[in-house]
Design a protein around this ligand. Structure first.
Ligand code: 3PG
Length: 219
């Protein structure tokens, strides 16, 4: 796995909706609503039993959408993500064993970090693009600004506490290549089939992303 290819993938998307799908039959409608709103990626989290089934259906129906599996905490989930054709995987934290398994499967992998020590460990394993989670609680924009000074070669995808009110501040940072979160498609709206609301929120998010400075791609 090339870490810069992971950065390019998520930097080209810029926004990563983090979704929980309880009903596998709703995944494709959700994905299409996000796409209509101008988004190009989705992270289907393993926080529901339906996650893999829903992700597989989305991959089949929306081949141009970048579909990843999130909330990965065990090695077997990476193998299954590869089996269904997911393009990347995301974890809330950092475990060297999972980095290793993702490499074995050549699956672009975005582990989570929120301390300088975790960043240092990940960087020394060859990772230069990391999820910063939980972003707001871990210091938000101020923390990311300080981390840029000591980790100039690391780019982050912050998630956790991001929404329309602060998205632009995160995307303005040179060390933020993308930003993610559940505000783009809240679980309650997915359950309710509120596709118009999700599309409208995605469109507003995409407009903010478009107006932000372009992401560093590591090239
Ligand atoms: C994640 O997994 O990235 C977070 O749960 C997203 O956090 P949010 O719900 O505050 O956007």
């Amino acid at each position: 796995m090339s870490t810069s290819s992971l950065r390019q993938l998520i930097a080209s998307a810029r926004l990563l909706p983090v979704v929980i799908i309880d009903d596998p039959g709703r995944g494709v409608a959700l994905a299409r609503a996000l796409q209509r709103g101008g988004l190009t990626a989705i992270e289907v989290t393993l926080r529901s039993d339906a996650a893999f089934t829903a992700a597989e259906a989305i991959i089949a129906a929306c081949p141009e959408l970048l579909v990843g599996i999130g909330t990965v905490t065990r090695a077997g989930q990476i193998a299954r993500a590869v089996d269904i054709g997911a393009r990347f995987a995301v974890s809330p934290g950092f475990a060297p064993a999972l980095v290793e398994v993702a490499r074995e499967h050549a699956l672009p992998y975005l582990p989570g970090v929120c301390t300088p020590s975790e960043i240092l460990q990940a960087f020394n394993l060859g990772l230069d693009t990391l999820k910063f989670f939980p972003a707001a609680r871990a210091g938000g924009v101020a923390a990311l600004t300080e981390l840029a000074a000591v980790f100039p070669d690391v780019a982050f995808c912050p998630t956790g506490g991001i929404d329309e009110s602060n998205l632009a501040e995160y995307l303005a940072l040179a060390n933020v290549c993308a930003a993610g979160g559940s505000w783009l498609a809240p679980a309650a709206q997915i359950r309710a089939g509120a596709w118009d609301e999700i599309e409208a929120c995605s469109r507003r998010g995409a407009a903010i992303a478009l107006a932000s400075p372009s992401a560093r791609t590591g090239e």
